[in-house]
Design a protein around this ligand. Structure first.
Ligand SMILES: [Zn+2]
Length: 272
């Protein structure tokens, strides 16, 4: 992306460098750069594929960030999925990120990961809410726009730069009946749309498939029926970060007079 006046006015260009996360599920990490300011959006990990024997996690190549770490002004986190925050504790051991802004759920999950990795003192964590605006460096102003996703407390971003506004959707689906009642702030998106957007970055799992993703609530009647009809124990599996799904299961357990036992390290970390 270039500023058309870049050569005549010698203004710096806005550079957007995805280090991972495009055309893959995992290691979402994006760099925004303008002048002397460098801002990161998310820093996830990927899980190894079948051929990667002995590999526990996969991280993007961050040599550019290590070389330019003096210019890193901060990081924005969109939501708490592992492929968006899982890389942060690793990166903090190798380069400096002065401040990390993100939603409450993601930041509390991140704190746990940072404690485990022994990097709690390496950065400052600041929790943000819907429509909060933060300044990162001199050149980036970021507004957090509530979106709907399979994890609660997820945001899209409107990033105001000296050359225009970039809308960065993060992972999302349009769920008009979200389990937690937090609807997509489409009005805010429309506001930026009317003002004019320099560039839209929109990438989410299965974004290239035609059709519509069913709302999370759609699984509720089926779960209700099966849990209601079951005579013995009911065993359910889901990603620990699928907080909406877990909330529905707890709601149904109450409805049907069931006791709930949680199994698994991530499940305990997120829910307990
Ligand atoms: Zn996600």
């Amino acid at each position: 992306m270039t500023n058309s006046n870049a050569h005549s006015t010698k203004k710096p260009n806005l550079r957007v460098i995805p280090l991972g996360g495009l055309h893959e599920i995992g290691k979402n990490t994006c760099v925004f750069e303008y002048g002397d300011d460098l801002m990161l959006v998310d820093a996830g990990l990927a899980f190894p594929s079948d051929g990667m024997h002995g590999v526990n996690v996969v991280l993007p190549d961050t040599s550019y960030l290590r070389e330019n770490q003096k210019r890193i002004r901060g990081m924005i986190v969109t939501h708490g999925h592992e492929d968006h925050i899982g890389g942060i504790p690793h990166h903090l051991k190798h380069f400096n990120i002065p401040i990390i802004y993100g939603p409450r759920l993601a930041m509390s999950m991140l704190r746990g990961k940072m404690e485990e990795a022994g990097v709690t003192d390496c950065t400052t964590i600041q929790t943000v809410g819907a429509r909060d605006i933060v300044q990162v460096g001199q050149h980036f102003k970021v507004e957090f726009i509530r979106n709907t996703h399979s994890i609660a407390d997820s945001f899209s971003l409107a990033i105001t730069t000296p050359v225009g506004v970039v809308v960065f959707t993060g992972d999302f689906k349009f769920d008009h009946t979200p389990v937690d009642g937090e609807t997509f702030d489409i009005q805010r998106m429309a506001h930026y749309g009317e003002q004019g957007v320099l560039c839209l970055f929109s990438d989410s799992t299965n974004a290239e498939l035609p059709g519509f993703t069913p709302p999370e609530r759609a699984v509720f009647p089926n779960l209700d029926r099966h849990i209601g009809a079951a005579e013995g124990r009911v065993i359910l599996t889901t990603f620990a970060s699928s907080t909406h799904r877990v909330a529905m299961i707890l709601e149904l357990a109450m409805k049907h007079g069931r006791k709930v036992g949680l199994l698994g390290r991530s499940m305990l970390n997120v829910i307990a």
